[in-house]
Ligand binder design. Structure first.
Ligand SMILES: Cc1cc2nc3c(=O)[nH]c(=O)nc-3n(C[C@H](O)[C@H](O)[C@H](O)COP(=O)(O)OP(=O)(O)OC[C@H]3O[C@@H](n4cnc5c(N)ncnc54)[C@H](O)[C@@H]3O)c2cc1C
Length: 377
């Protein structure tokens, strides 16, 4: 057994860590406050080859393994969640369906722009009436005169409405008991995108409601075989969970870093608060739980890279890191005392950004349902 990361993995970590510290950290507060999408950072991330890491080089991607990708997402989230989710949603949710289910012609047509980061992609699964029960989607796509005509709506869709968004892959009913995935490019007639949704956190990330009225796309915008959409989206969510779990580890690590530093500086009762055992125990618990979470994430990513089943481990990693990052951010803010409740320190942004990690890509309850199913229950 070898628990050491390879030199390539370490290089990814160092590269992304430097980028996050030098380029993201200085602007993260401002982007969050102004609810401004990080266009400049996306261009720079694309330049570093970080917008399509797990997509093979022949399609314009980085050709890296999943462990490298998880490390990159972890390091970005350690500094800012909005930037991290922009990359993660584009890669795991937006681009992956094309790579995994697209025909060779579709891959050649769409992937180079996406994997290089010139364009962003979105994945439209959730609907106002179908969240955890995503298979209950009501959006329809009807084949008429060589075109799929889409009617319905989607909600909470990440990256759907930026100036550089290419389009959305959406799940739609193509028959009575039949779900398929269909690509709808931005700008298609009948496809309307709401203004950005106002959220508790992830303020610099783009989240939209989408509506489709008699929205027609060519027949060859169907991804994979007709009727396979249910299994396809489950597969996409399995992979996506690794990146959201990596966000949980990164966010918790960022919380730990801030609380550790603050505890050395802040003096009360004539000494740094880090000298009080109650504070030390919180940091010790955080460090321990972060190690557990990281091990779960890397194991799920490693299994995926070996071509082995990883859905159970991905759900475990997502569940554990979601709840673990909740504890970490709570303790880290507590260590900051009243200053943590102000905007003077980034910890308050981390506190707002954390909660969604227990909701998106399947809630904690949904992860438990997935794990229980894998346990044979
Ligand atoms: C900022 C943000 C970005 C997002 N990005 C995307 C995106 O890019 N693409 C996309 O498709 N979706 C996206 N989502 C949607 C997200 O995946 C859903 O919000 C999530 O799956 C939960 O669905 P819901 O909000 O409808 O909650 P619901 O399903 O209504 O759940 C409400 C509560 O009921 C619980 N519950 C539901 N069913 C059960 C059950 N059987 N047993 C026990 N408890 C249950 C849930 O766990 C939860 O606590 C995003 C959401 C947000 C907020």
């Amino acid at each position: 057994m070898d628990l050491d990361l390879s030199p390539e993995h370490e290089l990814v970590r160092q590269t992304v860590r430097d980028f996050a510290r030098d380029r993201v950290a200085p602007v993260a507060e401002e982007l969050d406050r102004e609810r401004r999408f990080p266009y400049e950072l996306v261009t720079e991330l694309a330049g570093l080859g970080l917008m399509g890491m797990p997509i093979p080089e022949q399609y314009g991607g980085g050709g890296t393994d999943t462990v490298s990708y998880a490390i990159a997402i972890e390091e970005l989230t350690r500094v800012d969640s909005s930037v991290a989710i922009t990359v993660a949603a584009h890669t795991s949710l937006g681009t992956m369906p094309i790579y995994l289910f697209g025909s060779e012609e579709q891959k050649q047509r769409w992937l180079p722009d996406l994997a290089s980061g010139r364009k962003l992609a979105a994945f439209g699964l959730t609907e106002p009436g179908a969240g955890s029960d995503a298979g209950n989607a009501r959006t329809t796509a009807e084949l008429r005169d060589g075109a799929w005509v889409v009617n319905g709506s989607k909600i909470f869709i990440t990256n759907a409405g930026t100036d550089v968004t290419w389009g959305v892959t959406l799940t739609a009913r193509t028959g009575e008991d039949e779900i398929s995935n269909i690509v709808v490019p931005n700008g298609t007639a009948g496809y309307e995108i709401s203004p950005p949704m106002h959220k508790l956190g992830w303020n610099a990330s783009d989240t939209r409601e989408l509506s489709f009225r008699e929205c027609a796309v060519p027949e060859d915008h169907l991804l994979g075989p007709r009727g396979k959409g249910f299994h396809q989206f489950l597969e996409i969510l399995d992979g996506g969970r690794i990146s959201v779990a990596a966000m949980g580890v990164g966010l918790a690590q960022g919380c730990y870093d801030q609380a550790f530093a603050y505890a050395q500086e802040r003096q009360q009762f004539g000494k740094p608060i880090s000298k009080f055992q109650a504070v030390q125990f919180k940091l010790a618990d955080m460090a321990t739980e972060i190690e557990c979470g990281r091990a779960l994430v890397y194991k799920a990513a490693w299994l995926k890279d070996q071509g082995r089943p990883f859905a159970r481990e991905a759900a475990m990693a997502k569940l554990y890191t979601g709840e673990m990052s909740n504890r970490a951010v709570n303790w880290a803010l507590q260590i900051h005392g009243g200053y943590g409740f102000t905007e003077e320190f980034p910890i308050s942004r981390f506190y707002r950004d954390q909660k969604i990690l227990e909701i998106g890509e399947g809630t904690n309850e949904v992860q438990r349902m997935v794990i229980a199913k894998h346990l044979g229950l």
